[in-house]
Design a protein around this ligand. Structure first.
Ligand SMILES: C[S@@+](CC[C@H](N)C(=O)[O-])C[C@H]1O[C@@H](n2cnc3c(N)ncnc32)[C@H](O)[C@@H]1O
Length: 367
């Protein structure tokens, strides 16, 4: 299936969802109409359709995957407005050159899972005009923890000699009931399992909001994010000092909300920045060990430290995230049942434990 596949049978619902996303990140239609927009990694362009419908004056799309280009061209020719000149370029982000800068630069679902996400973000950010907007997605090890733990289960259960299809079929009885708990899940479960638990991650790195803010700090200010959790209670007249301190405030909001990013079910209250930073560190260790086991196969010298880190994270979560803490304990118990060869696993709260694995963030380039 092509990257970012969307079913346009219900175009109205698709457009409403994208509009809600753009609104969350501060992109009202007027900021796109008659503007110059550059998008990196549009895939087959399913998400670019909404941007095209907003009628930019010029829309440049840079995609490295040849197989995606045909659908991308079809969608752009079908949905672009008459005032829009668009250009599709087959090429790598790393090598891209454009004449001039852009009012809006988009890089969705493309920076995390690169070998060098910092270099890609730096490159992408260079094309934003002063006063322009950068829209990216980020994903850290806390928001991805529920999926990385399922990856460990997949790696333990599936036979390494099987094809992706066969592995996905053997995992379906375990993960199908988990996926059924997500109301908005529209993708076939087998595709979801292949993309999220079977595609190898070796050499690929996550890249979270904290890292993005720190990397862009010298030239950009945090603007908004989806989920829309960053709040600013300052009196507007106090903001002029220190370049507005938008980035510091966004970092504070991010670290006090990390536990909320890990579990989409919980009541969103802020927690302790220090505990969440430690939990993020342990989640990073879990990510690295699980990825290491993709090549080696499950191995007791790593399984124990993984379960130990999961236990530590569970103990660090604030009271409001009690459901997430319980889910992590349920995971440890379920994993022990799997490693004893049980087929009938009691997943407990873990079965509906999913994070906000990807967040959207916008930044404004300082003038
Ligand atoms: C996960 S897809 C996301 C597609 C689309 N942005 C979306 O949100 O549905 C990532 C896309 O980025 C492209 N991509 C990843 N790294 C790239 C690079 N270094 N240069 C050009 N394209 C790249 C991939 O080919 C793929 O189409």
């Amino acid at each position: 299936m092509l990257p970012g596949y969307q079913n346009f049978d219900n175009l109205e619902m698709y457009l409403k969802r994208r509009e809600a996303l753009y609104r969350h990140v501060g992109l009202v239609p007027l900021l796109c109409r008659n503007r110059r927009i550059l998008e990196f990694g549009p895939g087959a362009g399913f998400n670019s359709v909404f941007t095209a419908c907003l009628g930019p004056s010029y829309y440049e799309l840079v995609e490295g995957d040849h197989a995606s280009l045909e659908t991308l061209s079809q969608l752009m020719s079908e949905y672009s407005k008459s005032n829009t000149e668009y250009k599709i370029i087959e090429g790598l982000i790393e090598n891209h050159f454009s004449e001039g800068t852009f009012d809006l630069v988009i890089c969705e679902a493309t920076i995390p899972m690169q070998e060098n996400p910092e270099a890609i973000l730096k490159k992408v950010s260079q094309f934003v005009a002063p006063g322009g907007i950068l829209l990216i997605t980020v994903c850290d090890e806390m928001s991805y923890l529920p999926e990385i733990l399922r990856r460990l289960v997949a790696n333990t259960i599936a036979h390494s000699s099987d094809s992706f299809e066969e592995k996905a079929a053997s995992l379906l009885p375990y993960f199908g009931p988990h996926l059924e708990t997500i109301e908005e899940m529209s993708r076939p479960h087998k595709h979801y399992i292949i993309d999220n638990y079977l595609q190898p991650l070796a050499g690929r790195r996550l890249f979270g909001m904290g890292q993005a803010i720190e990397l862009l700090h010298g030239e950009f200010d945090f603007y908004a994010c989806s989920p829309h959790f960053s709040v600013d209670w300052r009196w507007y007249k106090e903001i002029y000092e220190d370049s507005g301190r938008y980035n510091d405030l966004a970092l504070d909001n991010y670290y006090s909300n990390l536990h909320n990013l890990m579990d989409y079910r919980i009541d969103h209250r802020i927690g302790s920045k220090d505990s969440n930073r430690s939990a993020l560190k342990f989640a990073g260790e879990v990510y690295n060990m699980v990825v290491e086991m993709e090549d080696l196969g499950p191995n007791n010298s790593l399984i124990e430290p993984v379960l130990d880190d999961v236990l530590k994270i569970s103990g660090m979560l604030p009271e409001c995230a009690e459901l997430s803490a319980r889910s992590l304990l349920d995971f440890i118990r379920a994993y022990k049942q799997i490693s004893r060869g049980n087929k009938d696993i009691e997943w407990g709260q873990f079965s509906s434990f999913y994070g906000h694995s990807q967040q959207f963030v916008t930044f404004l380039r300082r003038v």
